[in-house]
Design a protein around this ligand. Structure first.
Ligand SMILES: NC(=O)c1ccc[n+]([C@@H]2O[C@H](COP(=O)([O-])OP(=O)(O)OC[C@H]3O[C@@H](n4cnc5c(N)ncnc54)[C@H](O)[C@@H]3O)[C@@H](O)[C@H]2O)c1
Ligand SMILES: O=C[C@H](O)CS(=O)(=O)O
Length: 472
């Protein structure tokens, strides 16, 4: 059984207290991690700070190391995917897809390491005639990276990749729920030649180890992906230090009567609403469909949902695996039952066995039901009819969350107007809210967070813009 402690200054150290990591389908313990105390966290931050003050990697060194990690991940693709199957309950094909995306994020981070630049600053003001100015972008220092369970390889790389590319040092705290893939990533960076001290890892729970990390004022920036609740807490604890927060969503998707391909729209809404058992922040959740095409849409959605294979994530044919825990599956099941008690209809699904919730489609829902107005984070979508697209746009906006939204229409003017009106970080036309290319600017408005990811954009967050003025 694997047993990972904490990685500080290029060495693994153990701690007495441990946390078990379970296989999310069988429920068996398959690994253990240490529980970092305040002293261990402090040691990790101290080391990261010392490394930042005393050592620098050139842009080409950072590029080369990140490219090497990508190469190592390519070679270890299947092994890494199997870790995701075990610790995240991810179905094999999704696990492989996540490893492939992580490799792309590493390559994009490597490329960005060579493109970090400031701008020329014109000083066209009386009294500044003999001056020249420009900005440079400099690393912020020690970055605290805190990551979630649902895409634990790629989303960790979205933090560590740009942080290293920009010349920072990192203390990473992966989620205690799926920590092993992050430990492997740290090993791969070491194998790729990243010198000791640049990337440190402390394992443990959010409530203890995470809190110790938040209390350490030597950390210049926190990059966090997780729930809005913890995001808010992090912001409240970190004062004037920088934060980048990638939080939740209850993604709306609008299907107008002139959608270019209604069947395709239905297929995408269903498959991308249920991918990773619905545990994606941009997962399709609220689907608003014009009444003229509503029945056809619901029929197709039901057929697609019922064709999906649900169960053992290790079976290469499985489409939908377990949720992260039985308690999370029970919570989602209770939300479905609450909606049904208030009048919702189950088109398909609605039942649960252990941590496996059958992919569920609901109709007859109201905006006040939890399955609609909160982040369901489970394989549950609600299909809601509309008569007037303006009304659908208003409903999409009527949320405290605003990460991404999808709109299917052939009307270019509507698409452009909706892109302006929809209050989200990303508006996806003729694809679902779940679309993400890892190089694009990605991040939410409102309670969905602050700051952007995607290596180029994350590097803007992870560097300070410094002004240089020269008196000629
Ligand atoms: N916007 C995005 O890019 C994005 C991506 C993935 C997941 N998410 C969101 O993440 C949530 C699901 O993930 P989760 O359950 O792992 O989230 P979570 O907020 O429970 O945990 C995320 C991380 O925060 C840590 N943490 C918890 N309490 C802490 C504390 N007091 N101090 C410091 N750290 C603490 C956890 O240990 C974990 O590492 C959903 O809301 C989902 O929408 C958002
Ligand atoms: O859970 C939210 C993730 O950001 C989705 S993705 O893996 O980045 O597509």
């Amino acid at each position: 059984m694997e047993n990972y402690g904490h990685f500080i200054n290029g060495e693994w150290i153990q701690s007495e207290d441990t946390i078990s990591v379970f296989h999310k389908y069988t429920g068996k313990e398959f690994a253990r991690i240490g529980k970092a105390s305040k002293e261990i966290v402090s040691q990790a931050v101290e080391n990261a700070e010392y490394t930042f003050q005393t050592k620098r990697l050139t842009e080409t060194e950072r590029y080369t190391i990140l490219m090497r990690v990508a190469e190592i991940a390519k070679v270890r693709r299947e092994e890494l995917a199997m870790i995701l199957v075990s610790e995240a309950g991810k179905v094999l094909k999704d696990a492989l897809a996540e490893i492939d995306r992580g490799i792309q994020t590493l390559i994009a981070s490597a490329e960005e390491a060579k493109r970090i630049a400031g701008t020329g600053v014109p000083l066209a003001q009386p009294g500044s005639e003999n001056k020249m100015a420009f900005t440079i972008r400099v690393p912020v220092g020690v970055i605290g990276a805190i990551t979630p369970f649902n895409y634990p390889f790629n989303l960790t790389i979205h933090k560590v990749g740009p942080a290293i590319a920009a010349g920072n040092t990192v203390v990473l705290k992966p989620t205690q729920v799926t920590p092993i893939i992050a430990c492997k990533l740290v090993e791969m960076f070491t194998e790729a030649g990243l010198p000791a001290g640049f990337l440190n890892l402390v394992n443990g729970s959010g409530r203890e180890t995470g809190e110790y990390l938040l209390e350490d004022e030597r950390i210049a920036l926190y990059t966090f992906t997780g729930s809005p609740e913890i995001g808010r807490h992090i912001k409240s604890k970190t004062g004037i230090r920088k934060v980048a927060l990638e939080l939740g969503n209850n993604s709306p998707n609008l299907v107008h009567k002139d959608a270019p391909d209604l069947e395709k729209a239905a297929e995408l809404c269903v498959t991308r609403g249920f991918t990773n058992a619905g545990q994606a922040c941009i997962s399709v959740q609220r689907v608003y469909v014009h009444r003229d095409v509503y029945d056809r849409f619901v029929e197709k959605a039901m057929m697609v949902a019922q064709s999906l294979k649900v169960g053992n994530p290790e079976d290469p044919a499985t489409d939908i695996g377990p949720m992260i825990s039985e308690s999370e599956a029970k919570r989602a099941e209770a939300w479905i039952q609450e909606a049904v008690a208030a009048g919702a209809k189950v088109v398909t699904g609605g039942t649960r066995e252990g941590s496996v919730l059958q992919p569920t489609i609901l109709t007859n829902v109201t905006e006040k039901m939890k399955v609609v107005c909160q982040e369901v984070f489970a394989p549950v979508i609600s299909i809601i009819p509309f008569d007037d697209i303006e009304d659908a746009l208003r409903k999409a906006n009527d949320s405290n969350l605003g990460l991404q939204v999808g709109l299917f229409t052939s009307n270019l003017q509507l698409a452009m107007r909706a892109a302006q009106m929809l209050h989200f970080g990303g508006v996806i036309i003729n694809d679902v809210s779940t679309y993400r290319a890892d190089v694009m600017p990605y991040g939410g408005v409102k309670d969905s967070g602050v700051g952007k990811e995607g290596p180029h954009y994350a590097i803007q967050e992870m560097t300070d813009e410094k002004l240089v003025v020269i008196n000629l």
